[in-house]
Design a protein around this ligand. Sequence first.
Ligand code: SF4
Length: 403
Amino acid sequence: MAYVDPSGEARRHEAAAEPKDVPPFTFLLVKLASRCNIKCTYCYWFRDPDVYRRPAVLTVEAEDAFCRRLEEHINAFGLEHFIVVFHGGEPLLFPKRRFVALQEKLLDIEKRTGCEITRGVCTNAILIDQEWVDIFDEFEVDVSVSLDGPPEIHDKYRLGLKGEATHADTIRGLQVLRASGLEPGLIVVCNPATDPERVVSYVVEELGIKHFDILPPDANHNDNPPPIDGYFIKLFDVWYDKYAAQGVRISTLDAMIQGLFGEVSISDTIGLGPIDTVTLMPDGSLEPLDVLRIAGDQSTRTDSSVQKNPLQAVQNDPCWRAAFEASTRPCEVCRNCEYFDACGGGHLAQRWSPTRNYDNPSVYCESWKNIFEHIWKWVSPTLVLDYKAAPTRDPASVPAPGN
Ligand code: SF4
């Protein structure tokens, strides 16, 4: 049963209030490598040339300082659970023996502190071999693989360094994982010019994967990206008509439906919620959410690092703080929008413009409105209001959110 605040007034007020204190961090994105072994046409990472000024992989000095700071942070805040996601560039460019040593250090921290440290890695899977699989298995590292669908879609955008196709190599890595019983998560970046039905049928029917995500391409107000409403409306229709009953779940659709039902989003892509991600760069510096670097050169540079500061201290860095505060205070247009509770202004990186920073609706705003309106038409009849005295009425008469 879902509870809906029909006016959305409570959270609208909350979002407009003074920024809240930052809670103790419980999640860290660890950039094991600043380079990649492929060159996707839409990649956000290399839009900031600053990544080339960083070490190619996490330095030993930064790794040692990170482990010390993590243990200190867990003890200082009495944390019982912490999540570390290994990322890049391509994180599997990090040497295997060092990856193993790092996992052992994290296990030691778990033993000393009693804090459970959940580990994950996001990879293009091209470098996955049996040795990597055995490491993931031994140290219980969850794996997410980036794959954009069938070869004719994937190989348009996810290209090797010489422009070559990469689909077959990614599938080979995926198969090595699955042959050992490791089921990875799957992340698809949509291209609005392609057919979402082909993507879903490929992932579900040909690969046999039922839980995955499809994300809009990263873009900001400098980019003038094509609209995504046609793609996501068809994606929703295909999922709703054919795949929902089979137990297929697409995280971004889940987040949109949950948002329309008044639940707090756990997605960065869409929904109302603070973004308190901390990114550890290969040189030990601490930055905000990595995707924010689509704003260009040094746009996520801070003066904080694990060598100099406790982890929590990055909350006082102006660059990190600006991103956090922007995530808790979407622009006025968004706060007055009927879809505010569900959309939350969209992904923080997609709100950025050179003149107003994050003080804008999403660059996909018109698309999100159309997508929410369409989804609401289909899901609202299934909604049950959590009012004890709610009168029985025709579900088709349930008003649009915010009305
Ligand atoms: S639909 Fe547009 S105006 Fe409404 S909350 Fe989302 S980005 Fe803001």
